[in-house]
Each structure stands twice: as C-alpha cells, then as structure tokens.
Design a protein around this ligand. Structure first.
Ligand SMILES: Cc1ncc(COP(=O)(O)O)c(C=O)c1O
Length: 382
C-alpha cells in the first residue's frame, strides 16, 4: 500500500504495511523466522542479509509507523522504547549540550544523565512548559540538542513545540521528540519541525500490554543512516513475533485512542468535581495550565490523567489497592485502564508529588471506570 501521501492517519493504521495486492497473496504480512538470508555477491542497499540488520518481519510495521509520523522513510524498530530513546540520545555529539524536561520519563532521564557523565555532555534539566526558561538554556549553547516529551510523563506538562524548535534551530541544534503519550494521531512532531521522533511502541501503538518494543522515525537521510548504523552495532532489535503483534495492535489504534481520549476527558471532569480530589490534571481540562497550547498543537488531549487525592500518599495507595476494574500497575496505553502511584518507584523524580496517581484510561465502559474509581476515591477518605 503506497497511499501514505493521501490517506488520513485513521486509514493509514489499517492500510499501511500490507503485502502487495496479488491474487492469492495474504492480507497480512507473514512472520518469517530466519536469522540469515541466501546471498553470494556484494549485498545491495535494500537486500536482506542478516536479521540483525533488517528483516521482512519489521518492514511492514516500519513502513506503517514512518507513514503515520508523516515521514517518507520507514521507521526503525527497537527491542524496547528505551532502545529507541538511547539510540536517539547517541545523536548528541560528545561534549554537546542536551536540554531535557526535568519530568521526562524517569528512565529517559537516567539514560540522559549516563550519557552526560560518560560523554562529557552538559545536561540542562528544564521545566519544559516554561518556554522562556527552556529557550534561555538553548540560547546559551552551541548546537544544543533539545529532548522533547510533551505531554511529560507523568506531570503532563505541555511544551510549545514550534517555539522551542525555532529556538533550537536558531542555534543550529537538533530536536528529538518522544511522542509516546500523544501518539501520531494526536500530535505530529516532525510536521512541527522535530528531526527525530521516538516511541515506546509498548504503549498505545501496540496497545495490548503484551509487547515491549520501540521505534524511531526521521525524514532526514543522514540521521536515519546514523540511527540504523547504531542499531546495527548495538543490536537492540525486536523479534519477528513482536513486530507482527505490534502491527496487529496498530490496526485498531484509531478506535482505541478515540475511545480512551473521550473517556479520559469525561473522567477528568468527574474527578475534578469530586470533593476528595485535591488536584486533577488532564490537558483537555480548561484548568490545565497549558490547555490552550495543547489545543493549538494537538488534535487530541491523550488518555492520561493525574489525580492527587486529599489524604496524601496513603490515600493514593489505598485507591490503587481498592479499585476492582482499574489494574494497579505501571505502564500505560493498553486496552485496560491502569493506575499507579508514581513515587512508589525509587527512580521517579522527587519533584513528582508523593500523592500523585497516574491513570491510563483504557477502552472499558466509562461508566464502569467512573463507578470503580469514584468509589475507591470516596473510600480512601475514611
Ligand atoms: C514516555 C516514555 N518514553 C519511553 C519509554 C520507554 O519505553 P519501553 O518501556 O518500551 O522501553 C516509556 C516507558 O514507560 C515512556 O513512558
């Protein structure tokens, strides 16, 4: 299917990465279990040679993810989101400056600090919603690299992507964007000027909490080649079954995201009106500090809510233990709704409040989700 220029994203998730239309051809790509390929002469650029470099099991998914992010080049898939994150961070030159949200995904922050220590980077952790603070950090460096995560995990801060891209460009730097929370359906960082997009495919793209995988997308041939050669030598590659499962999950991305986004906004409004809620955050709520910015650059507000109940960390833990339908556990973006008090993780930044619950809204009936959650919230106050 070559309709990437004309199809809308909701159609692309279904149509991209299909085998050629030939009589008797399968509708879905096959899983090919082979670590090597027959060959004798010098390999040509697109030849399959050895399965750490490229396989027909990745290509349909890579084509679909590249097209979804608006790139003319296929994505590169990795064994995990962190495989993609660390490959993208390797693009920061030794001794360079990396400006990163202080509330990025906590393991991305750990990776950034390790890169800084080992490769002499200047790491500047900023409040990414504060455009002046972030722009000032960028202006103080030569060729800085900006790491964008917007909304941030779990604080849901929204960066002004066009303004920060312009500030990075004016200093000759690169913009790398983690688009996991928004998905390409709600936000298109490449179209807003980012150079590379990374994903934890584990989350919404695969969507069923049964696969761990990552992806990087760029339209720039040189950056693509650098990422590819990093993957070739570091070897963080997914298996063929995982690639197949992720593409299978991707087929329903639009339906899942539409449903979970609608439910998330509904639940956020109900929580905000509840007397036991101290603070509720969701980019779709007018009370969110960057609601207007989110509305300007996103076509959906995502499916994550944060809730701080009255009663502190004890009340938050009680809610996660009391819910029956919501699943207590880490991660997000699956069909099932997940709930987690983030500070239970020792690696979470200490600026994330102790009582903050991160809610990943799934696709269950919103009335069941509301009844379960509001009952647990009420019971936590006893
Ligand atoms: C925003 C974000 N980026 C990257 C990752 C890492 O992805 P993975 O767990 O697939 O390695 C995560 C995981 O939670 C995440 O939330």
């Amino acid at each position: 299917m070559t309709g990437r220029k004309t199809l809308r994203t909701d159609s692309l998730v279904v149509a991209a990465g299909r085998p050629p239309r030939e009589t008797g051809a399968p509708v879905n790509p096959p899983v090919v279990l082979s670590s090597t390929y027959i060959g004798t002469g010098e390999p040509q650029p697109d030849d399959l040679l050895y399965a750490r470099y490229d396989t027909e099991s990745w290509r349909p998914l890579e084509e679909a993810l590249g097209a979804l992010e608006g790139s003319s080049r296929r994505a590169l898939v990795y064994a995990s989101g962190m495989g993609a994150v660390t490959a993208a961070m390797a693009l920061v030159p030794n001794g360079g400056t990396l400006v990163i949200p202080r509330h990025s995904y906590n393991v991305a922050l750990i990776a950034a600090r390790a890169h800084a220590e080992q490769r002499g980077l200047t790491l500047v952790e900023v409040d990414i919603a504060d455009t002046t603070q972030t722009t000032t950090a960028l202006e103080q460096a030569d060729s800085p690299t900006l790491w964008l995560e917007t909304p941030t995990n779990p604080m849901l801060e929204i960066a002004d992507i066009p303004a920060l891209v312009a500030a990075t460009r004016s200093r000759g730097g690169l913009v790398l964007a983690d688009n996991t929370f928004a998905t390409p359906l709600a936000q298109q960082p490449l179209a807003l000027g980012a150079d590379v997009v990374v994903h934890s495919v584990t989350k919404y793209l695969a969507g069923h909490s049964d696969v761990v995988m990552g992806a990087a997308v760029t339209d720039d041939p040189e950056l693509w080649a650098r990422l590819k050669s990093h993957r070739d030598v570091h070897g963080a590659i997914p298996g063929p079954w995982e690639a197949w499962l992720a593409l299978r999950g991707l087929r329903t991305l639009a339906l899942r995201v539409q449903r979970s986004q609608r439910s998330a906004l509904d639940l956020a409004q109900r929580l905000e009106a509840h007397p036991a809620a101290l603070e509720v955050r969701h980019p779709g709520l007018p009370s969110h500090p960057q609601h207007e910015r989110a509305a300007a650059q996103m076509s959906g507000f995502g499916s994550i809510i944060t809730l701080r109940p009255h009663g502190g960390a004890l009340a938050a833990t009680a809610i996660a233990r009391t819910v029956q339908l919501w699943v207590p556990g880490t991660s997000l973006g699956g069909v099932e709704s997940l709930i987690e008090r983030r500070r239970r993780l020792p690696s979470e930044p200490t600026t994330v409040p102790e009582d903050l619950l991160r809610l990943s809204v799934g696709i269950e009936d919103v009335e069941d989700l509301a009844e379960d959650l509001l009952a647990a919230l009420g019971a936590s106050q006893g």
